[in-house]
Every structure is written in C-alpha cells, then in structure tokens.
Design a protein around this ligand. Sequence first.
Ligand code: ADP
Length: 682
Amino acid sequence: MTTTPLPGRVFDALSREVALVCDASGTITWVDERAERVLSASVGQKLRALAAQGTEEKVDRLLTQARDERVEGWELILCRGGEKPTTFAFSVQPYEGVLVMMGSLVPEDYGNALGQVSSTLSELAALHRETERQQRELQRRADELQRLNKDLEESNRGVRSLHDALDEKAESLQRASEVKSRVVANVSHEFRTPLHSILGLSKVLLNPLNGQLSGEQEKQVHFIRTSAEALYELVNDLLDLSKAEAGKAVLRHTRFAAGEFLSALRGMMRPLLPPESSVELIFPEPQEELELETDQAKLSQVLRNLVSNAVKFTEKGSITVSVAPGPRDTVAFSVKDTGIGIPPEHQERIFEEFIQVETPLHRKVKGTGLGLSLARRLAEMLGGTLTVQSTPGQGSTFTLTVPRMHPEVKEMTGLSERAEKLDPARAPVLVLEDDRQTLFLYEKYLERSGFQVLPVRTVEDARRTLQRVRPAAMVLDVMLEGETSWNFLAEMKTKEQTRDIPILVVTITDREQKARALGADEFWLKPVEATQLLRKLGELANRGPVERILIIDDDEVHRYLLKQLLKDTPYALLEARGGREGLLMAREQAPHLIFLDFLLPDITAFDVLDEMKADPRTREIPVILQTAHELKEDERTRLGRETAAILAKHTLSREVAISRIRDALSKAGLGSRVEEREVRRG
Ligand code: ADP
C-alpha cells in the first residue's frame, strides 16, 4: 500500500460532487470550489437562479421540504455556468437554520444511452439475422454450385464417353470406307473384263464382214453395245473414284505447254458435237505461253469431263475452253457454257457422288452423277480446286485451278536426287512403292539408320536401279498402279545374282502364303512402323556368313585404330604382325579382303603381293594397301595395278574405309553380303 498522499487536485478532478450551503430563503451562503467551478455558483446568489428554466419550482419545493427534515436523492436540473443543463441528485441536511447540500452529477443521457444501447442491440440483432440469412443464402448457393459441379462432371464424363464413341465410330467408318474403296476397286476391275468381251463381241456382230444381221437383230446388238458402253463408263468412273479416294492413283508428271495441251483436247472433244450442231466449241489461243509440270492425263480427264457435261447441258450458243495464269503460280482452266445453268442450291451438291440436278431440263440428260465428284477428286489430287459459277437459264462456268508445278514433282525431285547419290556409309535398301507418301515415310524411318532408301515406283524403275546398285535388302509393295510386283518377286528369287537379297513384302492384301511361296523373306500388312522396319532390316541384312578381313601390319597402334574404325561393322577382323605371318594366315583362313601395310619388318609389301599371286588359294583376295609415306611414282603405278585401293594411313576415315571395302568386295564378287549387313548405325 502506498503511503504517499495524493494531491487534492486529483480527487477534485475525479469527483462528481458539489457542496453548497444556503439559508432558509434559498440564498447561497457558502460554496465549495467545485460548485463554484462547475455551476459558477457564488455566495449571495439565489439557488433558484441556478435552476434550468422551468424547473425553479422544484428548487422551491426542495427548500420547503428540507427545512424540517433530511432529503435524499432530490434531482435538480441546474445550468452549469450558462451551459447545457445538467442533472444533479441532492442530499440536503437542515442544520441550525441553514441547509447543507451535497449534489452528485447524474448522467443526464443515461436514458438516452440505454435507448441507444437497446436500439444498437436490436440493430445488431437485425444485422445478425441478416448475416444469418446471407449465410444461409451462401450455403444454399454453395450447395447449388456443388450440385451443378456434379452435374457438369457427369456431363463431362458423358461427353468424354461420347467422344470415345465418336472416335471409334470415325475409325470404323474410315475402315468401312477403306473396305468399300477396296471392294469397289476389285469389283470394278472384275467387271471390266466381261464388259470388254461384250463390247468386242457386239463389235464383231456388227461388222458386216462377219455376216449380215437382220435389221431387228442389228438394232438389238446396237442396244447391247450402248448399254455395255454406259456400264463400262460407270465402272471406269467408279474405279477412278475409288482409287482417288484411296489415294492410290499414281500421278505421272510431265512438262508440257498449256496451249498445246488445249489443242490436243480440242481435237478430242470436237467429235462430241455433230457438224450441224447449233453449239460452237471455242478454244481461244492463250494470251501467254504457260508451262506446267503435272499429270497431264488427269488434267485432261477433268477437262474432258467438264466439256462433255457442257455439251450435254447446252442446246445452243457456245462452249469456251480457255486457260489463264491464276494466283500464286497456278494455272486456271475454265469451261464456260451458255446452257441451262444450275440452280444456286445445287451448285455445291453436284460435286457429290450420284447427285444430279432434279429439273425437267436436267432430267432429259442421262448420266451417272459421278463425273463431277471424280473431277473434283482429281483436281484435288493435282493440288488444285474445281469450282462452279452458274446462272440458271444463262449458263455455267467451271474453273479448274492447279499449281503449275505439282507439289509432288518438287518433293520427288528431292527424294530421287538424294537416292542418286549413294552414301558409302549406308547400306542401300530398294523400296518399290507406288505411293509417294509411303516412300517419304520410309525415307523418314531410315533417315538416321545405316540404311539408305532407294525409292522406285514401278517395276521397270526397280530393274533400272538394280543395274546400278545391288541393294542390301528390298521392300516391295505388291499392288502397284496398273501392275503387281509378284512376277518381279519371283524373278528376284529365281535369279542366281539376286536370289540372296532379302525381300520384305509390305502390302494391303493378305497374301502371305503367295508371297512366301514366291520367296519373300518377310510379309507384312500395311502400315509398317519405324522400329519394326529397322529391326527387321537389321536382322535380314545381317544374315549369312561374316566377311573376314585380315590386317597385316606390325604397328600394333595402327591395327588398333583400324579395328576401332571398323567397329560395329559386320566384318570379322584377323590380325597379322608381319608379312610372313600374314601370308600364312591368308592361306589358312581365306580372308575376303586384306589390309596390307606398305612397310613391313620382315618382307616387303611387293613380296607379299607376289606370293599371294603365286598361290591359287590367295590369288583372288583383294588387297587394300595402306601407307604412311609418299610412294614413288613407279611404286604407285605397280601397286595401283595389283591392289584394290591405296589409302593414306593417318587420314583414313570410317566412311572411306567402309566404302573402299565395299568396292573391293563387290569387285571380287562378294559385295552383296557385306552390303547386306552394313547396319552400323541402325
Ligand atoms: P452426270 O454423269 O450426271 O453428268 P456429273 O457429276 O458430271 O454427273 O454432273 C452432276 C450433275 O450436275 C449433272 O447431272 C447435272 O445435273 C449438273 N451439271 C453438270 N454440269 C453441268 C452444266 N455444264 N450445266 C448444267 N448442269 C450441269
């Protein structure tokens, strides 16, 4: 406990009491310091004068009552020094004719405060209720969101499974469409033969030299013939279309001038119009000479189709076939007629299969409804577009726009150029495949392997390439454009020189038995994958005895370097440390090739060569001479005659070594097997 007395001022400041004394008439006779300060009360003043206006009477009543007895808690509203009225609760004690008064300040806003508190409380309660309501609302929304999320997840799952189903559907449709194309192609093929016979026979029947028919019979045979012709045309269209769809048709590109091409077309189309026809066929001279490199036959097929349509649907006026340069290095051919035209709603549909315009005028003309869809397919195959503009009653203009140079021409040029140059470090693989894209794919597959693709698209090309190179293996497609490679396969496997070249048959028709019977080393259905092809080629090309190479060199380091150089090649290396040892090994082990060092410790390289010549066992073994020194002129001449190659020792590269080995072996009639197994990078 502290004993330090607090300064009176502090109590004073904290105190809420006032004290004063007044006489019986209510005149103030004494005030304490606080009453003086708080109420500005002073001696001699009437207590009444301190009362707030309208409350004076309450002062009087207090004075009257307190004269006789002690009064407690009498509230008076007093004005504090003229300020705002303040309520004081007074205790008054009469004492010897005066009244001693003690007042305590009553917080006048007590009621107010209570009111405020209660209104704040009710506001808070309302707020609380509102918050609760909002919380409930939030919860409701969260629930809703959760439900929505669940729904969404479910729909997502639904969409996903729908997607999968669609994928499956698309795949099966694709398969179905492939099957359809294949069936159509095969069936159409089969149709053509009997149709040929019918056409030929009806021609024979109609030839008066073979006996006269009666008028009625002749009419009947004519009917047979026109029906067969119509059928033949349909079959041809179907076949073309299915080929175009399967991307099977092989394009044959040539370089030609548009002007000459159109003159030839004109010659072909003129007979379509009888001499008395009221339709004129016009081929205006091109404004400038345009050169193209594309498939002329396909281009002609499209234009013939368009002209023959124009002839069919034009009764009078003209048909104009013209050519002009198109945008971005293209050429635009157009066939414009003054015929019946095509209603706008049909202008896109006529390019669909079996679609013909249904108007009385159109119906008069017969057709298959395949012509334009084939024409558009062909246009696409040529890398171009086929469009139509037409006004019914006025005529139509069909426009075929094709690139001057077919994209394939550019690509194929690159591919063949790459194949022209044989890479000495890679084993050549002849790929006979009429589909350009598959060829590119094979090239891509083998790009970084030890195999180099030699692409050929016809059997004839394959034969030509075989005269130049002996491949390590062959990959054959069977169904080629207009031919199959069955005979070629049989021929390869019968001929002595080619019999041991491994052949891989890759095709779309499941004829494994036939392929194997003809000697195929492997049979696969398309498509083939890169790893599958690489592994098989490595395997096939690696078969057969290993070629042995004898290194005769006293320098151990050099022998080691050469071995490193030929690492991962299929050659088996033998080593001899000198001329004598080398000769001995050459006789005993019959290597396929010898690497001979020019400077040997025991005998000279010339001695080795002479002795090898003298012995029938070693006479035919090719020798590659290696030297670390400049050779004298006469030495070089003589060695040049007697060895397969002369190589500088220290600058020898792997590529050069392999290519010299391959040359030497192939000259000695052994090349094939070595090439077959050159798989160092595969
Ligand atoms: P079709 O063998 O019936 O001629 P196409 O595919 O070549 O088959 O043509 C489809 C249809 O397009 C025709 O049947 C014809 O209704 C309409 N059509 C094609 N070319 C013309 C043209 N030049 N003028 C008017 N209609 C044409």
